[in-house]
Ligand binder design. Sequence first.
Ligand code: SAM
Length: 405
Amino acid sequence: MNDTDMDPFACFDDSDDDDDDDDDDENDQQHEQQHQYGSSPPQNITKPSSITSSRQFTYSTENGNSTASYSLQQDEQSQGRRLVDEANARLDAATAVKDGLLPVTSSSFEVFDTLTGAGKGLRALKVFEYGDEILREYAAMRVPNHQAAESLEEAEQLHERAVQSTFNNLHHSTQNAIIQLHSCDQWMNHDDSPGRHASGVVTPLGAYQSNSYTLGDQKCGGLFLTTARMNHSCRPSATHIWRPDLQKTVVFATRRIEIGEEIFTTYGPPECLDTEGRRDYLREKFSFECGCEMCEEGNRFGGDDRMIEINSLQEDISMLAQTGDPKIAIDAVERCLSLLKEQSISIGAYRQPLLHYGYQIAMDGLKDIDLAKSYLSKELAVTQQCEGPTSPKALQIQAMLDDLF
Ligand SMILES: C[S@@+](CC[C@H](N)C(=O)[O-])C[C@H]1O[C@@H](n2cnc3c(N)ncnc32)[C@H](O)[C@@H]1O
């Protein structure tokens, strides 16, 4: 993979997003998840042979307190003091790590070993309703996507160097968490050349290439340690979005998710394809054979026929919306929406454009303000559910809707 196709999720990113907006104004405190900074004792402290007293110290983070404790032998006061100093220095380093780089933990979901051959995944520990926020997290690593280079080879080298140097600057606990991630086989080190890890070891580049995704305006890629654990489904139960206003990626449920159910997002493709087309896309782009429920179903319940019809209607709608008969265009929008529903696909990236076409056709072609309002209201609801009620796009649609009243 090269830096243009390393992104499992890029196809559903909003390229209008402005990546530079730093304003984290949402109520993180109200959000129930916590960022843990390693609640186990500092790694390098050697335990005294006989333990006679114990101490505990606490360090604070923006999101809560994490506690680390260890024991000291009373007759080894000076050694103990040195150990305390060392431990505190390490904890300072840990708190110096930008807030939230380590995996997000929560009582609402967990990382688990799937039994489907897809490695680890994320599963729900509580019921999520459509539109519920599941998690939000900062990028553990952010790396520029584009660098000036004279050849593809040079671009790849520059990218590898950028990934490695970003990785080198991270706190060791974040580095450890990155190296635990899945890596596509092609990014595992199988050669023994100098400076390389032994065969089969996940490298920073491998972890980054296999798990990162584009942030908004495509200039930068980001690796999110918990979001990275979400497997793909062509009929996903969740969606993730980079929120430049929060500088976080946020995951929302796109339907009700039961306790114990795996939480799936989608890596693409951006258009509706039949099973073979989707599997080809995922194999070529992300090197895995999709084993999701919808691919396993194939055309058993007419899924492939539906997907092919949706695809051709989507193409028709964009043409009909410009110059065609608005009545035929609006019928095509409705047919498409109902096929998506029949196929149980609630992917916002498919539904939003259709609803927006509906709004445009109703406004410009049919001159029916009430119908236009109804499409725009539905687009607003989908946007709020897939991006959050205060997402820039949701606010923009809300403003358009206000103008219609
Ligand atoms: C971003 S990682 C997802 C988390 C990963 N399963 C893990 O163990 O950390 C993407 C990888 O998960 C696996 N995977 C994700 N969705 C899959 C699916 N629908 N079918 C088969 N494998 C899948 C593939 O190996 C893919 O390269």
